[in-house]
Design a binder for this molecule. Structure first.
Ligand SMILES: Cc1cc2nc3c(=O)[nH]c(=O)nc-3n(C[C@H](O)[C@H](O)[C@H](O)COP(=O)(O)OP(=O)(O)OC[C@H]3O[C@@H](n4cnc5c(N)ncnc54)[C@H](O)[C@@H]3O)c2cc1C
Length: 468
């Protein structure tokens, strides 16, 4: 065991980002305390503090590799627990109603439900002797030195009837409380600037329903994903969640939300540009009622640009950036940030918040470019469209057409979607030539998989897929 950097690290929030941070911190602090308002241990179902976890979640290849590194044999454990597993390129992807070439990418995708994935991660972390979960406690605020230059702990209150308040003294406090993080307010209270917030309003909603596995639907794949695009803004993630059950999350943007009444839900599925999803559920036996989750905007907090930041405080996960979830990036970015934290801790001294937050900013850059830039391809989404974004989106529309013809291009696309390669990998001259060659042969407008009204090369479309 190496020398400890400090006695105690307190992690605020015990969801994916907090739990991964705790795993890493446990190598360097004598004690790691993870605080969450919910009962989180032993839980395999969605909980109040994380209602989004009821909806389709896929772990990208990069996130999967990091989990495997942090938790050896993690994939085997999930498979033994009944999680569906396969190659990312062997899911059935549709872009603009055209099916992507099936391709073996070597990128593993394991797709239990999000609460089950989180359960397995958390059980591993909770089993580390110096990690403790303080459950059912509300986080009230930070404690700091009088001059505000250093955060020295957090105040929490038990959710039990008596509601006892505690002060948790810590060498470092890590905020992983998600999108609703109070760090901007806490910074202001301590006399610091708040981070600039960038927002892309997408007005998205997911509506999700579970079914018993329908016969004959998942024979050649375990996941069917017509991805939303400007021409077809309604999308779906339809996949096995166990070997006997499946999940369908329908997505709609800019207020065109999938209904929660069962008939409306089925009708929305029928309106998708490919028939696979509707055909898959029309006779399937539902397990529950549809439920909805609204996601008004992607939000990025620019902590890396702050000139001053208190020592003893770090921020990561959705608390820094919450991406439009259809790109399926949030958990993998949280994993990348946990690895960045580990790199900083390996220097053997308390982490310099400014340097760490710069690295968090770097981890967010590419996924943000993909998600925020991609959302601007939808004409109704407000925001400036610099030339780089417009050209990038126009090119991606052509790339997405090309993946219906070309397995090698499909492989490259999956690698970028899986956060294995940066988006620039799709812009190499040899790749661009290949994309353009396919587009010279592009068929007439009506010739799409579903006979929809898509025009050839008619504008931008950059939705990169998520894995379900
Ligand atoms: C509909 C939807 C679908 C998504 N799909 C994907 C996907 O396919 N792939 C992917 O990688 N990502 C996906 N994401 C993103 C992913 O869910 C998040 O990136 C991920 O949950 C990491 O978030 P986090 O741990 O930072 O925060 P959260 O998951 O929001 O967790 C925050 C935690 O802090 C606790 N907490 C908050 N405030 C307090 C307080 N005051 N007191 C005590 N406890 C508190 C909460 O109880 C919770 O446990 C999706 C998101 C949504 C909304």
């Amino acid at each position: 065991m190496r020398d400890h950097i400090g006695n105690r690290a307190v992690v605020l929030g015990g969801s994916m980002a907090g739990t991964l941070a705790a795993r890493v911190l446990s190598e360097f602090y004598q004690e790691v305390l993870v605080v969450d308002r919910d009962t989180v241990l032993g839980v395999r179902t969605p909980r109040k503090g994380a209602p989004h976890t009821r909806h389709a979640h896929g772990l990208h290849a990069r996130g999967h590799l990091i989990l495997e590194e942090l938790f050896p044999d993690f994939t085997e454990e999930l498979v033994a627990a009944g999680a569906p597993v396969g190659d990312l390129g062997e899911m059935r992807w549709y872009f603009n109603a055209r099916r992507m070439q099936k391709v073996h990418t070597g990128l593993v995708s394991v797709t239990p439900t999000r609460p089950v994935l989180e359960y397995h991660v958390r059980e591993r972390v909770a089993a580390i002797p110096n990690v403790t979960y303080l459950q059912r406690h509300d986080i009230l605020g930070l404690m700091s030195t009088q001059d505000g230059s250093r955060v020295i702990g957090a105040r929490v209150r038990s959710r039990d009837a008596i509601g006892i308040e505690q002060e948790l003294i810590a060498d470092v406090v890590v905020d992983a409380t998600g999108r609703g993080s109070r760090t901007p307010v806490w910074l202001q209270e301590l006399g610091y600037e708040r981070p600039v917030e960038e927002k892309v309003k997408i007005g998205l909603a997911y509506t999700t329903r579970f079914y018993k596995r329908p016969a004959g639907v998942f024979e050649d794949t375990w996941s069917i994903n017509p991805v939303a695009s400007p021409q077809h803004p309604r999308g779906a993630f339809f996949g096995l969640s166990t070997k006997d059950t499946c999940i369908l999350s329908l997505t709609g943007i800019l207020g065109d939300h999938p209904p929660i009444d069962p008939e409306g839900f089925v009708e929305f599925a029928r309106s998708l540009p490919v028939p696979d999803v509707y055909e898959g559920i029309k006779d399937a036996e539902p397990i529950d009622d549809p439920t909805s989750f609204g996601f008004p905007a992607s939000v990025r907090r620019r902590y890396e640009r702050l000139k001053r930041f208190p020592n003893g405080l770090l921020v990561l996960g959705d608390a820094v950036c919450s991406f439009n979830p259809v790109y399926g990036q949030g958990m993998s970015v949280a994993a990348l940030e946990a690895m960045a934290l580990r790199e900083h801790l390996r220097k053997g001294a308390p982490v310099d918040p400014a340097a760490f937050l710069r690295d968090v900013g770097k981890a967010v850059d590419n996924p943000w470019e993909v998600a925020a830039g991609g959302d601007l391809a939808f004409p109704g989404v407000e925001g400036k469209r610099p030339l780089k974004v417009s050209i990038g989106n126009a090119y991606m529309g052509r790339y997405q057409y090309a993946v219906s013809k070309d397995a090698e291009l499909a492989n490259g696309y999956m690698r970028v979607a899986g956060l294995m390669d940066p988006p620039t990998a799709l812009m190499r001259p040899s790749v661009m030539l290949r994309v353009l060659r396919h587009n010279w042969r592009k068929p007439a407008a009506e010739d799409t998989a579903a006979g929809t009204s898509q025009q050839p090369g008619n504008g931008p479309d950059v939705q990169l897929p998520k894995a379900v």
